[in-house]
Structures are given as C-alpha cells and as structure tokens.
Design a protein around this ligand. Sequence first.
Ligand SMILES: Nc1ncnc2c1ncn2[C@@H]1O[C@H](COP(=O)(O)O)[C@@H](OP(=O)(O)O)[C@H]1O
Ligand SMILES: [Mg+2]
Length: 277
Amino acid sequence: MTPSDADLAADQLLAETLAVEAGELLLQIRDSEKATGRSLGDIGDRRSNEFLLARLAEERPGDAVLSEESPDVSARETASRVWIIDPVDGTREFSMRGRGDWAVHVALWLRDGTPERSRLDVSAVSLPGLGLVIGTGGARTFAGEPVPLEPGETAGGLLDPLDDVAGPRIVASGSRPPRFLAGVVASLGGTQHAVGSAGAKAMCVVRGEADAYIHAGGQFQWDSAAPAGVAMAHGFAACRIDGTPLEYNVADTYLPDLIICRPELRDEIVDAIAAHR
Ligand SMILES: Nc1ncnc2c1ncn2[C@@H]1O[C@H](COP(=O)(O)O)[C@@H](OP(=O)(O)O)[C@H]1O
Ligand SMILES: [Mg+2]
C-alpha cells in the first residue's frame, strides 16, 4: 500500500530528529571524551548506533534496521520498511577534532516507495560540525532555523571559496579517490576537491558548493542511502558509475560506487567514466 503523505511526513520528521539528536550526542562525545584518533571514532560509532537503535525501537518497533554498526539480519530483506543508518559517516574526520566533514545518515527504505528515488522517499543527513540537517524538504539548523539551499547562499560550507574556479567542481574521497578520477575531471574541464564522508560530499552538491560527487572502489548501502535519498528529493541525479540505478535493501550490503550530481552533468560524467575505467 502506498504510504500516505501524513505517514511520510511523520517518518521524515523522525528521520531528521534522529539525525539531529545523534549529531548532538556526537558533538558532546567529541567535547567530553579524552580519547583521540581511532578510539574516539570507535566510541562515536558505538554510542551513536546504540542511541539510534534505541530510539527506532521506541518510535517504530515494527520496522527493520540496517546499520553499519550492527549485525545484518536477513529478516530485513522481506520487510516493507527498513531504516538504513550510518551512525557516523566519516568516522575518520569525526575523530579529527575541528573538522566538519562528517555526518549522520538516517534513511527509510520503503517497499512501496518511489522507484525513481530508489524507494528512499524518507531521508535525512545531518552535518553536526556545521549544525545543519538536510532532509527531503529542505535544510535547517540544529536549532530549527530554515537554511536556503540556493547556490551562493551556502555560507559556512565545507569547501574553500571557489569564485575563481571554472568548470564543474567534483568532490571525492580524500583517502580513497577513484583511480579514474583525474582523467574524468580533466575531460570534464573541472576541478577535484577532497572532502571526507559520503554524506558531507553529497550535501556539498545539494547545497550548491560542488557540482558532482564521484566514488568507486568500495562502499556500503549505509554510506550512500540517506545522501542519495536527499539528493534525489532535491532533483539531483544519483546512480551507479555505469548509469544504472542505486538499489537498496538488497541482500548484498556492498554498493561500491556512485555518482551524485547536477542532473545535466549525469550523462557526460557516465560517458567520461566509461572512457577512463
Ligand atoms: N574503498 C572503500 N571501501 C569501503 N568503504 C569505503 C571505501 N571508500 C570509502 N568508504 C567509506 O565511505 C565513507 C566515505 O569515505 P570517504 O570519506 O573516504 O569518502 C566512509 O564511511 P564510514 O566513515 O562510515 O566508515 C568510508 O569508510
Ligand atoms: Mg559511512
């Protein structure tokens, strides 16, 4: 049965609320814990995961959950509602105090969701370091103030000011960029920028700081579900690097590559990747 608008709105509000609350918890952990580096990242992953699982069990006890930090259960494959969460995306950057390029991902995969949106009609990405949450309807601060998403209005973003940069701005992993990326960026006449976290990179595109996010070589469903859901809701293209759709709640959690970009760039990027792979 297709979910009603009221049900979708209630789920969307929950997704955004949980992404904000987990983000606030992570900021508090980062401020108060003595741990550094990998151990700080482990504490953040574990505590944010425990928090999100407890809140989902309370608010939506009948739903299945697929989390980066919990064992996968086959029951989700036959479920009609599956929350796909990444309690800290960009754990490495989270553990480097002062950085803002990390995120909390909360998406709800709906069997009866919109196929063109990979059934991720309900999605939220929070960027706790920037105090922002971006959902399918728009962006707001953690305090609830609406934030415009138009290009040029993204004060306090993740990239350096790029006024003098011509051509498409492509964001990619700083630690594991796709091997073909330099060739693709050159053939698009663009520039390459390193940003941590899949969610943070996708939100650079949604907020107009970048024109495309390209990844290949490894990733999992939770890394891209909420970012892709938010991007598609705002009219951006999201697909595999060969142009095929991103599929979620399939048995294999491995989903190694993606493109999230302005819709008019999609075909050109797919063609450039095919030429450089
Ligand atoms: N080659 C690879 N294999 C597996 N996961 C990868 C990967 N490259 C990136 N990722 C995951 O994708 C997310 C974004 O990575 P990056 O910042 O390098 O772009 C990170 O998620 P987590 O921080 O949730 O583990 C990272 O672990
Ligand atoms: Mg991740």
